[in-house]
Design a protein around this ligand. Structure first.
Ligand SMILES: [Zn+2]
Ligand SMILES: [Zn+2]
Length: 199
């Protein structure tokens, strides 16, 4: 499902059979009702074939696999070299988390402060000319903020942009329900954004 070496998720593509997708190529994540362990997310993603497809990802794969911490079948399927690499990655990730670093962060606009987050809290991703508009459900206050970040900020755990754009709008029920509306509002100058530090 997740390839640690390439930082890519594997999905089915109707044209190519299989495709490898970075987290920043996800466009919409919706948690499916029902199963809690693991929770399953429906992911709409942009494929290298030019189309958008839908795939399913378990929360473990979404949040822990990029850190090498998903365990279980994920590691058992790998060769011994991959095992060693994933083990080393898992150890480094665990050390950094213990030291107070968090793999992903965003700026919560209603709370006016940076917050740690997992990819399972991402909701909509709309790339613009210079940055990716990322809507995040805050795990603490449950409200939605939209940040403008680099693809690396999303794809590489522990890589945080020193500054991110924050859209000055409190989203609640009015977060556009479709990616198209979100894209149109975000880049149609309906909102102001300012730059804030994440440190
Ligand atoms: Zn495709
Ligand atoms: Zn918050």
């Amino acid at each position: 499902m997740y390839d640690v070496l390439r930082s890519r998720y594997t999905f089915a593509c109707p044209t190519r059979g299989e495709t490898h997708v970075a987290l920043s190529s996800f466009r919409r994540l919706s948690r499916l009702p029902g199963a809690a362990h693991p929770a399953v997310f429906e992911v709409r993603f942009e494929c290298s074939c030019g189309e958008e497809h839908v795939g399913l990802v378990a929360d473990d794969d979404l949040d822990w696999a990029p850190l090498g911490l998903a365990g279980g079948t994920f590691l058992n399927l790998m060769t011994s070299t991959f095992d060693a690499l994933a083990d080393a990655l898992a150890e480094v990730s665990a050390q950094r988390i213990k030291a107070g670093e968090w793999p992903w962060s965003f700026f919560c606009y209603p709370e006016e402060r940076p917050r740690p987050v997992f990819p399972s809290s991402f909701s909509l991703l709309a790339p613009g000319e210079v940055a990716v508009g990322l809507a995040v459900h805050c795990p603490v206050c449950t409200r939605v903020s939209v940040n403008l970040v680099s693809p690396e900020h999303i794809d590489l755990p522990f890589h945080n942009d020193p500054h991110v754009g924050v859209v000055e709008h409190v989203f609640q029920a009015d977060l556009p329900s479709t990616l198209e509306e979100f894209r149109a509002e975000l880049y149609g100058a309906s909102f102001d954004a300012r730059r804030v530090g994440l440190e």
